[in-house]
Structures are given as C-alpha cells and as structure tokens.
Design a protein around this ligand. Structure first.
Ligand code: ADP
Ligand code: MG
Length: 251
C-alpha cells in the first residue's frame, strides 16, 4: 500500500492550469525529490498534498484512506471533520521561510501543537522536544526566540516542530533556498539524518547534488506536468531535452 497517493490531480488559478493531471505515489520509507523550474507547480503540488490548497479534481489518499476524491461532476470532494483530522496526522510540511511563531520560544514553537492540538501529556512532549533539539544540534537554544537565531537554526527548529507531531511523511518546500549559502549545509545534513529515522520524505529542492545523493526517486516537473521520473542515475543521465536543459542550468 502507498503512504501517499495522488491521482490525476488538477489545479488551475484564474483559468490557468498549474497542475495538469499529476499522478504521484510514495511508498513508506521512500525519499522522493521534486525538481523543476520556478513556476512549474511544485509548491502547489505540495500544498494540494497537504490540503492547504484544494485541488479542482483528482484523488488524494493517505495509507488508502480517502482524503479527497472525485464527485459526480468530476470536482474533488474532501473528507471533513474527525476523518480529515485523522488524515492530517500522517504528514508535516516544512516551508521555505520557516514560519516559526516569533513570540514563542524555540521550545514553545515545538511543543505548542502536540500539547494544545494533539492534547498529549506535557512532560512527555517537553522531553521529546528536548531530544529533537539535541538531534538538531540546538539543545542550548530551547529558551531562545526565533529572532535570536540564524536562518539555518530557524529551519532546524521548524524541522523539529514538524517532527514533534510524529508524521509518517514530511514534505519540504525548498528548505534551504531562503538561507545564506554557508548555512545550507547544516540544514541538508539534518534532513539527511532523518532518512536514518525512517521518515518518508518528499523534498522540493534546487540542490541538485543533495537530491542526487539522498533520493530514491527524482521527479522532474515543468509547466504543471511530470516530465519524467526515475532513479537519480536515470534522471541525471536522461536524454530528454527539457530535463537536460533544466539540469544544464543547475549542473
Ligand atoms: P513553483 O513552486 O514550481 O515555483 P508554484 O506552485 O508556486 O510553482 O506556482 C505555479 C504557478 O501557479 C505560478 O504561475 C504561480 O504564479 C501560480 N500560483 C501559485 N499560487 C497561486 C495563487 N494562490 N493564486 C494565483 N496563482 C498562483
Ligand atoms: Mg515553489
């Protein structure tokens, strides 16, 4: 069974097709990178996968549970209420610009949702959060505020915050593109370490060497369609003209 299944996803903005019949499945434990030019629909795809954006049509399943499906008129219908909440527990999303709460300490940023949304035991959540901070190399920053941290540290807090909800799959939308080049490495290293924790990941990135190194599969998107997908070896040695021209720019 697939952890994530997206079938025939369609999304338009102002009549302009941004996702044009995209199908994508991810198995438990798989690491998938999505690459492609700016404006090709990568963020929209992640936003549809995480229900931040509603698709116009298509299906979305997590572990075989229907999050969205096509109604009689071909328009997507979404699971609601408790069902939707259950489905949302499967995934987390890490954004390009961290999206930390500026008025909360690092520890509070991480523990707020597990305590107040998931209603989990406070002590247990705090102790898990400290473990996560240790894994991120930030145990001395628990009481700091986001404005006191570097971009790389903020992104590592954002990753810890996503992990605190125990997702089975984590989506990353260009996790290093807002960072100064010298801070990129520390974040990529942390993401790489998650592979050892058996977290399934879907990563939108422009870091080609990283994508090649970490991914089981690479998907190349352009103009709202998947142009090709395959192992890093297959995609990076592709003879497809569009793939070659894109990779040439990043090579
Ligand atoms: P990528 O992440 O690959 O750069 P996006 O998914 O952000 O691409 O955007 C794909 C296209 O959809 C772009 O042309 C963008 O302008 C458009 N788009 C994205 N979000 C919206 C929105 N909320 N309203 C209108 N147009 C949007
Ligand atoms: Mg984007």
């Amino acid at each position: 069974m697939y952890l994530l299944e997206m079938n025939h996803v369609k999304k338009a903005f102002d009549g302009q097709g941004v996702l044009r019949d995209i199908s994508l499945s991810v198995k438990e434990g798989e690491i998938v990178s999505i690459i492609g030019p700016s404006g090709s629909g990568k963020s929209t795809l992640l936003r549809c996968a995480t229900m931040l954006e509603e698709m116009d049509g298509g299906e979305l399943n997590y572990l075989g549970e229907k999050a969205a499906w096509n109604g009689p008129d071909g328009k997507a219908i979404y699971a609601k209420g408790e069902k939707r909440k259950e489905i949302q527990k499967n995934y987390g999303l890490v954004f390009q610009n961290f999206h930390l709460f500026p008025h909360m300490t690092v520890l509070k940023n991480i523990t707020d949702a597990p305590i107040h949304v998931q209603k989990r035991d406070k002590e247990e959540v705090y102790s898990e959060a400290m473990e996560l901070l240790k894994k991120m190399g930030l145990e001395d920053k628990a009481e700091a505020y986001p404005c006191q941290l570097s971009g790389g540290q903020c992104q590592r807090v954002a990753i810890a915050r996503a992990l605190a909800l125990n997702p089975r799959i984590l989506f990353f939308d260009e996790p290093t593109s807002a960072l100064d080049p010298e801070l990129t490495g520390e974040v990529l290293k942390v993401i790489k370490s998650l592979a050892d924790m058996h977290i399934t990941m879907v990563i939108v990135t422009h870091e080609m060497a990283f994508a090649k190194d970490i991914s089981d599969r690479i998907i190349f998107m352009a103009d709202g369609v998947i142009v090709e997908e395959g192992t890093p070896e297959e995609v990076f040695s592709s003879s497809n003209e569009r793939t070659q021209s894109f990779l040439g720019r990043y090579g």
